[in-house]
Design a protein. Sequence first.
Length: 74
Amino acid sequence: MPTVKVTTVGNSVGIILPKELLERLRINKGDVLHVTETPKGVELTPYDEEFAQQMEVAEKVMRQDRDVLRKLAE
């Protein structure tokens, strides 16, 4: 896996991803990435807006119906 250097990007700080990594992730300039903290570090994956919306709905249902879901799990 390639290494990247933290650098200044305008008034912010960022990293430059190598072309090979962009191709492997199938991402392009302007795409949005989802960042997940893992026990081993940070995981970057392409952001899927439709999936994110579905997860938002699922989390809302789980919050609202947590007692029912708890009973079903027994």
